[in-house]
Design a binder for this molecule. Structure first.
Ligand code: FAD
Length: 392
């Protein structure tokens, strides 16, 4: 089997992995960086709303010009029927940051990987990493067609945590949620994103490029399993007040997806010459709309941490990165719990699990996330955390 030696291997070519590779190439241009992506960025992917705040990160990554040239749909307004039946409409013109974007996610991901390649990253598409083994001072990554030895690794495989054991990390699932998503080939073209709370969970829909539309229902896995079947999904859609009219009668369904969408973290943000980034580090509920921004930001920070590691500042890099990750999670958890509590107006299983008193439990969780690195939390707390499967 051929074996190659590189300085940095980035596993996963989503926004986190691409941001890490772009940053490594700018920060350490003399180092060899390889990006390994299992898929081909061809299939439809959920995660379409890019908040306006992403502009600064895209500029920092030097991809703003090609991004702007893609002319994704500008997100002009968000309509939400959330805390009561009357919809609340917020226009981007009243936001200091302006309008965000509604993306074709596969196209956006391809753009980032293309930019990473143009910046000097060696990109291997269709190259899944099967396992990672620590050998001396390097990581050996096993691929279908060979192996790679890397001085440091950025682990950015999204919600695929199969490599957790290789890195000695454990997954902590904080809340369960599943998205039942369908894409359509027609859209009203009004550039608004619509969110509607319903007894079974909540729905969102947005215009996408090429006049397509995404419609998704998010609920708990034990409550929504029948939504896998078209007849149940369309019946539930018909009962919505604001989402159903967004699917024109002549629209055809072009794809459907079922994806887990709850909150999860790994118990260690970084370890011996490895750093987790994006969803792998901390995967957010889509209600927060922060997944892509978090992926880009953590990819950038992970690149600096990995770079510090191979420059001999391992412990400092690990601690600093873990503290930033813990702070991000501590900000997210109570904000999300409050957002759910604001819509808890039905006496149904989905909303009863998200009642306001759960905010306290949520805040507790936030304090304990990544506690093994940042040094808070007792051993007993950490052990109970690893086994815990709480909802908030
Ligand atoms: C229903 C739903 C709606 C969402 N809506 C939004 C939204 O509106 N706005 C928003 O900002 N976020 C949203 N998100 C979240 C957003 O999609 C993610 O946070 C974002 O994609 C994370 O980027 P990432 O790079 O960490 O992971 P990913 O985008 O998942 O990329 C990981 C990559 O790693 C590759 N990979 C996996 N395993 C391996 C392996 N072993 N070897 C090599 N490669 C591998 C995968 O093929 C993939 O390309 C949503 C998520 C869901 C589920």
């Amino acid at each position: 089997m051929p074996s190659e030696q590189v300085d940095f291997a980035v596993i996963g070519g989503g926004p986190a992995g691409a941001a890490a590779a772009l940053t490594l190439r700018r920060h350490a241009p003399q180092k060899r960086v390889v990006l390994l992506e299992a898929g081909r960025h061809e299939k439809p992917k959920p995660g379409e709303i890019l908040p306006a705040v992403a502009q600064g990160l895209l500029r920092q990554l030097d991809v703003w010009t090609p991004f702007a040239a893609e002319a994704f749909v500008r997100s002009r307004a968000v309509v939400s029927a959330w805390s009561d039946e009357a919809p609340d409409e917020r226009h981007s013109m009243f936001s200091a940051q302006g309008a965000g974007w509604q993306l074709d996610r596969a196209r956006f991901d391809r753009l980032l990987v293309r930019s990473a390649r143009a910046a000097g990253t060696e990109v291997r598409i269709g190259s899944a990493v099967r396992s990672a083994v620590r050998e001396g001072r390097a990581w050996r990554l096993d691929l279908a067609d060979g192996e790679i030895r890397a001085s440091a690794v950025i682990w950015a495989t999204g919600r695929n945590w199969r490599l957790a054991r290789s890195f000695g990390a454990k997954l902590r699932v904080h809340s369960h949620l599943v998205a039942y998503t369908r894409f359509f080939d027609r859209a009203p073209g009004d550039c608004r994103m619509v969110i509607e709370a319903r007894p079974e969970g909540w729905w969102y829909s947005a215009d996408l490029p090429d006049r397509c539309r995404v419609v998704s229902c998010l609920t708990d896995p034990d409550l929504g399993s029948e939504l896998r079947q078209s007849k149940h999904w369309y019946r539930a859609l018909a009962a919505t007040r604001f989402i159903a009219p967004l699917v024109p009668p002549d629209a055809h369904e072009t794809a459907k997806l079922v994806k887990s969408a709850g909150t999860a973290t790994v118990d260690r943000a970084a370890g011996e010459r490895w750093v987790a980034a994006g969803d792998t580090l901390f995967t957010a509920d889509p209600l927060s709309s922060r997944g892509i921004v978090h992926a880009l930001r953590s990819g950038i920070l992970a690149a600096y941490a990995a770079s510090d590691m191979i420059d001999g500042r391992d412990e400092l890099a690990r601690k600093r990165y873990a503290m930033i990750a813990a702070q991000g999670f501590a900000d997210y958890v109570p904000a999300l719990a409050a957002r759910y509590a604001a819509a808890a107006r039905w006496d149904t299983a989905f909303w009863n699990r998200r009642r306001p008193q759960l905010e306290d439990r949520a805040a507790n969780h936030a304090v304990r996330a990544f506690s093994s690195e940042v040094g808070t939390g007792s051993r007993q707390e950490n052990a109970s955390n690893q086994n815990h499967r709480a909802r908030f």
